[in-house]
Ligand binder design. Structure first.
Ligand code: UDP
Ligand code: MG
Length: 325
């Protein structure tokens, strides 16, 4: 029997970072949704270096039900990396990625599966309503607007990582070597037949958001820099504009000088020009640095994550396992 025939139908991939209060409700709601259906399934929790009882709880789930599996990282590697690892380990014909905090309702799974059975290889969930504070909501809005404006990909508005991927798409994502993972971008890049399913995004079931402002900002930067050359082009355009302005000013000054206006003046203009140019240069260096830093990360060729322990899954190589088919 080939590996494909042994495959479960659906793998659920769930990144977990200190989610002890959510896990039990999540597991119960998942089982309640999946158990009555025909599909075979596995639930893979990726413990992203949690310091609370998350791992212990998942281990006890595994004892009660072998379909619950665990991969534990050696430290916190971040949400997108945890999702990437889940995709590496998942063996399902379809893989669903969802958060552990119940913001992505398990009850949506049947609708995702339905669209998949209709022939769509990527079914992403689209939030039609958010239950978060105004600041976060407007920040998200601004980000998606900006991303769509500058990106060379049409990343669907308001779609997060909550999605179902056919195993062919998962294979494409696995084959992508990059370390800076912005999963919804990679997913869009992969192509195939994609469709959105609307849902109401609930508030977190329990606990605090694990994305602080800095993490969110860095995710936004990853999205913008990895899928757009606009920042680089902007820098050259600003450079051009500044040079042209300087040329015009030079012509003006020379003419004034030649026409005999010899008064020594210009402290203010000198300082303003110096500061302005200094600012523009630093900004440009920063933008270029964003790209250079990412190139540096990629060429180092370090594994995206390090696995400390797995439960219920097979692996030879703890750094970056690959399926052997
Ligand atoms: N998460 C993770 N590693 C991290 C941060 C978050 O695995 O470093 C997980 C977290 O446990 C949750 C999901 O990623 O399952 C989304 O995180 P969160 O709900 O905090 O993000 P938000 O919904 O606020 O954007
Ligand atoms: Mg959340």
């Amino acid at each position: 029997m080939s590996l494909r025939e042994e495959m479960v139908t659906v793998s659920i991939v769930i990144p977990v970072f200190n989610e002890e209060e959510n896990l039990e409700a999540l597991r119960d709601r998942l089982l309640a949704t999946l158990e009555p259906r025909d599909e075979t399934f596995e639930i893979i929790f990726i413990n992203d270096g949690s310091s609370d009882r998350s791992e212990e709880i998942i281990r006890s789930f595994n004892e009660e039900d072998r379909r619950v599996k665990l991969v534990s990282f050696s430290r916190n590697f971040g949400h997108q990396t945890a999702v990437t690892c889940g995709l590496d380990f998942a063996s399902g014909k379809a893989v669903v990625v969802m958060d552990a905090d119940l913001q992505d309702p398990p009850e949506l799974l049947p609708r995702l599966l339905e669209r998949w059975r209709e022939g769509y290889e990527v079914v992403y969930a689209v939030r039609c309503e958010r239950k978060e504070n105004v600041f976060k909501r407007s920040a998200y809005k601004l980000f998606y607007w900006l991303l769509n404006k500058v990106s060379y990909l049409d990343i669907p508005l308001d779609s997060g990582d909550f999605s179902l991927l056919d195993h062919r798409v998962v294979d494409v994502l696995r084959a992508m070597p990059e370390r800076n993972r912005f999963v919804r971008g990679l997913r869009t890049w992969a192509g195939f037949r994609q469709v959105g399913v609307e849902y109401e995004r609930s508030a977190r079931f329990a606990g605090e958001s694990k994305y602080d402002f800095a993490k969110l900002l860095s995710l936004a930067f990853d999205g913008l820099v990895s899928y757009s050359y606009v920042p680089l082009r902007l820098v050259s355009n600003v450079g051009l504009l500044v040079s042209l302005t300087a040329l015009a000013y030079m012509i003006y000054l020379l003419t004034a000088r030649l026409l005999g206006d010899a008064t020594i003046q210009g402290w203010t203009s000198t300082v303003v020009i110096m500061l302005f140019l200094g600012g523009v240069q630093l900004l440009s260096l920063g933008v270029i640095g964003e790209y250079v830093g990412r190139i540096f990360d990629e060429v180092k060729q370090r594994p995206s994550y390090v696995v400390r322990d797995v439960l219920g899954l097979e692996t030879g190589d703890t750094a970056k396992p690959r399926r052997i088919d």
